[in-house]
Design a protein around this ligand. Structure first.
Ligand SMILES: [Zn+2]
Length: 395
């Protein structure tokens, strides 16, 4: 802790101690004050101060005493995740996936909201109107709404909470968080959807025990999030992780970004569906459920499309592994439902081209994982005081 004392500011060191203790309790579950002091290296007095604050705020509760080795009965303390609510909105073209969670991103209620158009004002209004419905559906009258997280595909300025550019929404410099914060009385965060999913993974998912990891999302786009030494890497312009726009084939298929030959123009979920429909001469009514059905029937065409996608994404992923050396790669996105038909060739191709042993590829995907990622933007603030404090409305 010596380095931290350099700041010489008591409130800063209190905040750092608070973060240290909350993150310990998040990773390890219930611990006594004495254990917390031992593990963190903080003085017992400092631990007692911080825990007293947290108990008063309702963020931490005391559990039942358990017998210790010395015969004393230390009282464990743990995070009271039920103390607050977080709302997560994942914006998609045409609809919004909405979820309300506790502070551990456990979903309490969810719904799908239709979007009539992409006009930013209309989107902000639709989100604002959904909030009371979600809070009521959570049915936790004593829990306060801690904030709202919005995630969407695009280049996001996380500090300013502005969507700098989204091809799918055709937005430039839309301050969506401010637009929503002016209508609601809680802080609002805005983040790239894959980054938000990675934050949820880091806090409460497979990334909880890893300081260096990558997250791969294969959905409407293909994207990566990279966590280096426990911190999400955003790049100089918030545009890091645009893995789907790495070059796959020169002068190849048209991509939504305006360039040609990007990886996602071939192997995003809609791109794979397009390939299938074209090759099998099927109509637009054939979507993911039908392709999954054909996969289940061991349709050779579908099997070979998924195989090819796995090989294509796997080669690119090997390059990413060789550059960033992650401990694990968590895989999410709608295409995870293809399961091993996609992931097996992906894994084996990646392994073939990595410099060292390839990291494990761990799928972790549920229907509302995107929206839970957005809710994690709210929860993240609770565990990391360096995170932006969220955008609030002007009165
Ligand atoms: Zn592209």
């Amino acid at each position: 802790m010596d380095g931290m004392k350099l700041k010489g500011d008591q409130s800063t060191s209190r905040a750092m101690n608070r973060r240290l203790i909350l993150n310990l309790l998040r990773r390890e579950g219930a611990r006594s004050r004495a254990e917390i002091a031992t593990i963190t290296g903080l003085s017992p007095a400092a631990v007692t101060f911080v825990i007293a604050d947290l108990i008063e705020e309702g963020h931490v509760t005391e559990g039942k005493a358990v017998s210790g080795l010395s015969g004393r009965r230390p009282i464990p303390v743990e995070i009271n995740y039920a103390n607050g609510l977080a709302i997560g909105f994942k914006l998609m073209v045409g609809s919004v996936e909405c979820v309300v969670t506790d502070l551990a991103t456990n979903p309490l209620a969810s719904m799908r909201l239709a979007l009539a158009d992409r006009d930013p004002e209309n989107v902000a209004l639709a989100l604002a109107e959904a909030i009371p419905t979600l809070v009521e559906a959570a049915n936790r009258p004593n829990a306060l709404l801690a904030g709202v997280g919005i995630s969407m595909p695009g280049v996001i300025d996380n500090e300013q909470a502005v969507c700098v550019r989204s091809h799918r929404f055709d937005w430039d410099n839309v301050p969506l968080a401010r637009m929503l914060a002016q209508r609601v009385k809680v802080p609002v965060w805005l983040e790239d959807d894959t980054n938000a999913y990675a934050i949820a993974q880091q806090l409460f998912g497979l990334g909880r025990q890893h300081r260096n990891m990558a997250v791969l999302a294969i959905g409407v786009g293909i994207s990566c999030a990279i966590i280096i030494e426990g911190k999400l890497y955003r790049g100089a312009n918030g545009a890091a992780g645009k893995f789907g726009h790495t070059l796959y084939e020169e002068d190849g298929r048209q991509c939504e970004c305006g360039k040609r030959g990007c990886l996602m123009a071939y192997y995003s979920e809609p791109a794979m569906l397009r390939t299938w429909r074209a090759a099998a001469e099927l109509g637009a009514g054939h979507g993911l459920p039908e392709m999954l059905g054909a996969m289940g029937d061991r349709d050779p065409l579908v099997t070979s499309i998924l195989e090819q996608a796995g090989v294509g994404i796997g080669k690119a992923l090997a390059n990413l592994v060789n550059v960033t050396d992650p401990e694990v790669i968590v895989v999410g996105g709608e295409a995870v439902s293809f399961g091993e038909a996609l992931l097996h060739p992906l894994r084996s191709t990646m392994s073939k081209h990595t410099f060292r042993t390839a990291p494990p590829l761990l799928p972790d995907w549920e229907d509302n994982s995107w929206a839970r990622g957005a809710a994690a933007l709210v929860t993240q603030k609770f565990f990391d005081f360096e995170t932006s404090s969220g955008t609030v409305g002007n009165g």
